[in-house]
Design a protein. Structure first.
Length: 61
């Protein structure tokens, strides 16, 4: 029983690390796209981290 609980705790910990890393990468990519598209029109293609990305439409308030 103790081994089972320890294994489940380890899997939960690893899954939590994976989710936090993914959310950090998404935030970094969104900031990089915003910086690259600063003076561009929506739909223009820019290169961010070696990938071609289309500039998004500005968010409406």
């Amino acid at each position: 029983m103790k081994k089972l609980l320890t294994g489940l705790m380890a899997l939960t910990f690893i899954a939590g690390l994976g989710l936090s890393t993914t959310s950090f990468a998404d935030k970094h990519m969104a900031e990089a796209i915003a910086k690259a598209c600063k003076d561009k029109k929506p739909g223009d293609m820019v290169k961010v981290d070696g990938k071609e990305v289309k500039c998004p439409e500005p968010k409406k308030k």
